[in-house]
Each structure stands twice: as structure tokens, then as C-alpha cells.
Design a binder for this molecule. Structure first.
Ligand code: SAM
Length: 220
């Protein structure tokens, strides 16, 4: 008889390898997420009550629309800042019409992004929910996490997505990615974040293993 770990791993592999996440939509717009992660984020957002969400990696804008919809139901004065290197005109047009979404078209590690977050924090009070979903190489994710050191505050929430690749447990041949970035980051800065294991483990599998993080300590 299989134990729970084996069952959830098999379900994770089935879900990922069949590309269910590529065919998942929110209000008709593609949203590259597992639906249980999306529900989990909704629960975290409701508990955290942020007025600002920062997303790295917009793609078609489905996740930005999702976060904006949840956020405005929690907090009328709220904003999703979503950053992407490439944004098609139809994506720009789709998001421009939503007063709860602001887009930036540059690399997530561009210093302009950190400056914008600092400015937005002055307007949108309270904790911030960050989600990293752009370039999934270890180097880039580590650079994103390091760039957030200067703009995060204790109590902020950080999701590092796609730490399931490179064999954790999917895409075993991917090469070093978000999981290895998280490990390296914790090696360098062991006290910056604690793990929210309750949320991480809640639905049995997640595309962000080790990636449900709560900012601790002082800002450096
Ligand atoms: C996985 S998709 C994002 C999916 C989206 N968050 C969703 O849930 O539907 C990754 C996106 O990251 C963008 N990207 C890649 N490198 C980037 C970088 N250095 N800075 C910002 N965005 C980047 C890509 O253009 C792509 O649109």
C-alpha cells in the first residue's frame, strides 16, 4: 500500500507532466499555477490582509488578475505590481484597464523595480505579498531574493514558485532552479525568513516546495 507522500508525489507528477497548469485559466486568461496553490494564496492573502502584491513574471496576466480580484475584495485600496521583461500589446491592454494593477516592463532585478516598491509601500500600507515567477534559473531567483532584502519588512510574505522543478519532484533534468536558489539564500542569510509549513503542506503538493516564506528580523 502506498503512503501519503507517494500518493501526493504521483499526483504532483501527473498534474505537472500533463500540463494541467498550462490549461488553467482565471476569468478566461491563462494562469500558470496549480489551482490548490491559487486557493492557498487566497487564504494567505485573507489572513495577511496586504494592500500591495508584487509579482515577478506576468506572462498573460492571469495571475495578476487573480491577485487583483482577491485583493480588492479584502482591501479597497490595494494594488498588484506585476513585472515582466516581455509583455505583448494585448496583455498590456488587458491589464491597463484594471485600476488595481500596475505593470512594469523590465527585468525583475532592475533597480527601478526596488525603487518602485519602496515608493508604493509609502502609499499602500501593511505587509506585502511577493511572488517570484519569472526566470526560473538559480542565478536569477537568487538575485531576485537578494534584491528583495532592501525592500521587505518583517511580516511580509514571499512565495518562490516553481521550486518543484529540477527533480523536486518534476523536470529532473532542468538544472539548478528556484529550489537551489532558496537553499543558497538560506545558507547566506539564515535568519531572513521562516517557513510557513502549515500553508506549504496544506494541500498535499505545491509547485513551491520550501517556497512559502515569512520575512523575519530587521531590514538590512
Ligand atoms: C512562468 S511565466 C509567468 C506566469 C504567470 N505568473 C502566471 O501565473 O500565469 C514567466 C514570465 O517571466 C518573464 N520573465 C523572464 N525573465 C524575466 C526577468 N528577468 N524579469 C522579469 N520577467 C521575466 C517571462 O517573460 C514570462 O512571461
Amino acid at each position: 500500500m502506498m503512503d501519503t507522500k507517494q500518493i501526493t508525489r504521483q499526483y504532483h507528477e501527473w498534474y505537472y507532466n500533463n500540463g494541467v497548469w498550462r490549461r488553467t485559466t482565471f476569468l478566461g486568461v491563462v494562469c500558470y499555477k496549480s489551482v490548490s496553490d491559487m486557493w492557498n494564496y487566497q487564504e494567505i492573502l485573507y489572513r495577511l490582509k496586504p494592500s500591495l502584491v508584487v509579482e515577478f513574471g506576468t506572462y498573460q496576466g492571469g495571475s495578476a488578475l487573480y491577485f487583483a480580484t482577491i485583493l480588492q475584495a479584502i482591501n479597497e485600496k490595494s494594488l498588484v505590481l506585476t513585472v515582466d521583461l516581455f509583455m505583448e500589446e494585448d496583455v498590456k491592454a488587458r491589464l491597463k484597464n484594471n485600476k488595481y494593477i500596475k505593470t512594469m516592463h523590465c527585468s525583475s532585478i532592475d533597480p527601478r523595480v526596488s525603487n518602485e516598491i519602496i515608493e508604493l509601500r509609502k502609499i499602500y500600507n501593511g505587509p506585502v505579498f511577493f511572488i517570484l515567477d519569472s526566470d526560473h534559473s538559480k542565478k536569477h531567483v537568487l538575485a531576485e531574493m537578494e534584491s528583495l532584502r532592501a525592500v521587505t519588512k518583517p511580516g511580509d510574505y514571499l512565495i518562490v514558485e516553481d521550486s518543484n522543478i529540477n527533480g523536486h519532484p518534476v523536470l529532473p533534468d532542468y538544472g539548478e532552479g528556484p529550489m537551489e536558489a532558496i537553499i543558497e539564500y538560506f545558507r547566506k542569510y539564515p535568519d531572513d525568513y521562516s517557513h510557513d509549513r502549515e500553508s506549504e503542506n496544506k494541500f498535499g503538493f505545491t509547485f513551491a516546495p520550501e517556497g512559502f516564506l515569512i520575512r523575519q528580523g530587521a531590514i538590512s
